[in-house]
Design a protein. Structure first.
Length: 202
């Protein structure tokens, strides 16, 4: 009688394990399908100010930016990295023929999004590396600066039908600044910037 009572216990245990494995597979499939990866182009207008160490505006300028971005994320949060050419405009005292200044910006943003299906509002925060390419190399003792971005935006699009897009406003803080090569020691100047950006997925 003991052997008869023990023999049926094997198959139900195996059945439960198979059922659990199937359940985990069903749960994992939708979760993995929600991960989105995208590429796109973006650009817009800049409103920049050149500031001294006391955060006093030395000059203001209007310019533009354009570049490429890539993002990966889930419905509530994503990471977006990009490479942009930024024409910061013309500042008095920048030693170029037209007082122009430009740099390559490499931002890495973390987006916190609302869980709405077609249009999502989001807030962003993240660091940015700036590499001067025109005008700002007047300050070669600092070959690059490190900044940070804060912003708000809205993104939308119909999944699997058309490209997605976003509109955002962001403020870029220059954290490290640039120092003129002719001045061995002294305050650094910083380029602070408001950007209005439109992006389209490709």
């Amino acid at each position: 009688m003991r052997s008869a009572s023990l023999s049926p216990s094997g198959p139900p245990t195996m059945t439960r394990l198979l059922s659990l494995a199937c359940l985990l597979a069903l749960v994992a499939a939708p979760a993995s399908a929600q991960v989105s990866v995208g590429l796109g182009v973006a650009g817009g207008a800049n409103f920049a100010s050149l500031q001294d160490a006391g955060s006093i505006d030395l000059d203001r300028s209007i310019g533009y930016h354009v570049g490429l971005f890539a993002d990966i994320g889930v419905p509530f949060v994503s990471t977006r990295a990009g490479v942009y050419y930024v024409d910061a405009g013309s500042f008095d005292g920048v030693a170029t023929d037209d007082n122009s200044s430009a740099y390559v910006a490499i931002p890495v943003d973390v987006l916190f999004k609302t869980p709405t299906p077609l249009a999502q509002a989001y807030a962003l925060v993240g660091p940015e590396l700036r590499i001067p390419v025109a005008g700002l190399e007047t300050f070669p003792e600092s070959d690059y600066t490190v900044g940070a971005n804060l912003g708000l935006g809205v993104r939308g699009g119909v999944p699997l039908i058309g490209p997605s897009g976003f509109v955002e406003a962001r403020y870029g803080f220059d954290l490290t600044g640039l120092r003129d090569a002719d001045v061995e020691e002294g305050p650094k100047v910083k380029v602070q910037m408001i950007q209005l950006r439109v992006g389209v997925g490709i």
